[in-house]
Design a protein around this ligand. Structure first.
Ligand SMILES: Cc1cc2nc3c(=O)[nH]c(=O)nc-3n(C[C@H](O)[C@H](O)[C@H](O)COP(=O)(O)OP(=O)(O)OC[C@H]3O[C@@H](n4cnc5c(N)ncnc54)[C@H](O)[C@@H]3O)c2cc1C
Length: 274
């Protein structure tokens, strides 16, 4: 890891194309002359990036862990089932065998399937550069369309996710043109902390493919806090969603479809609290 960071910091910005699993890079490489003239810095043989460590506070997932390894990991399935689910619908098996969690986040597509899950779980990122390591909330990582908070010569090292609260309910759904092998039109992850009386203590959401960056629903989260299912007004939830997201029209879907689908998926997720 140290050697990779040192190489990056010694060369001019843009000299190296960082590559991990290569499933995004190989596609852009074919499409861009600019990419073809760059040297590659391949992270795939750095053992630290491949580690998954489950500890008393949560899980640390190396940026180079493949989506296949994630979806099959027994403790990921048990404690963070939304992540096992999102990894399992990111492309198909051949892609999942190479594609890494770090690559999915650093590629910074607004449609990245694992992004909403990490927002809903309140994940943070471990980033390393010449000055050392820093931890940042994943919610602050995407700063603009396809732009991340990574500085020049910084690498994403790991993703940290705390255990979901003892009493919690979570749901992840992806809607695409087909059931498999399709980029999301909408991806929704929801994680509710509830108390013994099924009052919502905290509601956290992550949404993919509806805006320039993966986003959350702060207005809806605020409204739901302290409410039981029967106190929740569907019209207020929908109004909150309309306030929090400004869906885009693009080749995959219309803004209208995205807003409607997001609203229905969020309402469906809320029903799981009961
Ligand atoms: C056929 C096909 C289907 C796909 N389907 C889906 C899908 O359904 N859902 C979805 O979300 N994605 C999909 N993808 C996109 C891709 O597979 C994922 O985004 C994947 O997780 C990228 O991981 P990777 O390791 O291959 O990244 P790479 O291609 O190696 O890298 C991607 C980007 O991240 C940067 N990067 C990688 N690791 C680091 C690091 N540690 N630190 C800093 N920068 C880093 C690279 O420089 C590059 O810019 C698909 C791709 C293909 C080709």
């Amino acid at each position: 890891m140290g050697e990779a960071i040192s190489l990056l910091s010694k060369m001019p910005l843009d000299h190296y194309q960082i590559i991990s699993g290569g499933t995004d890079v190989m596609v852009t490489q074919r499409l861009s002359m600019h990419q073809k003239n760059r040297d590659w810095l391949d992270l795939s043989a750095i053992p630290d990036l491949k580690e998954i460590e489950v500890h008393d506070k949560g899980i640390r997932i190396g940026a180079g862990v493949t989506l296949s390894a994630l979806r099959r990991h027994p403790q990921v399935q048990k404690f963070w089932p939304m992540l096992a689910a999102s990894a399992a619908v990111t492309g198909a098996a051949p892609i999942q065998n190479r594609a890494t969690l770090g690559g999915n986040l650093c590629n910074a597509s607004p449609a990245a399937d694992n992004a909403p899950v990490l927002l809903a779980y309140g994940a943070s990122l471990e980033i390393a550069g010449q000055q050392g390591s820093r931890i940042m909330d994943y919610a602050a990582f995407h700063v603009a369309y396809r732009k991340t908070a990574l500085a020049a010569a910084e690498l994403l090292v790991a993703v940290h996710i705390p255990y979901p609260p003892d009493k919690s309910v979570s749901l992840y759904r992806k809607v695409g043109t087909r059931a498999a092998q399709a980029i999301a039109k909408v991806g929704v992850a929801a994680c509710f902390q509830i108390d013994a009386a099924k009052t919502i203590v905290q509601a956290r959401f992550g949404i993919a493919s509806v805006a320039a960056i993966p986003c959350s629903l702060p207005t809806v989260s605020h409204y739901l806090q302290g409410k039981k299912i029967k106190q929740i007004d569907a019209a207020i939830v929908r109004k909150g969603i309309t306030h929090d997201i400004a869906p885009v029209d693009d080749i995959r879907s219309s803004a209208e479809y995205r807003l409607e689908t997001t609203s229905r998926l969020i309402w469906d997720a809320i029903q799981h609290v009961e």
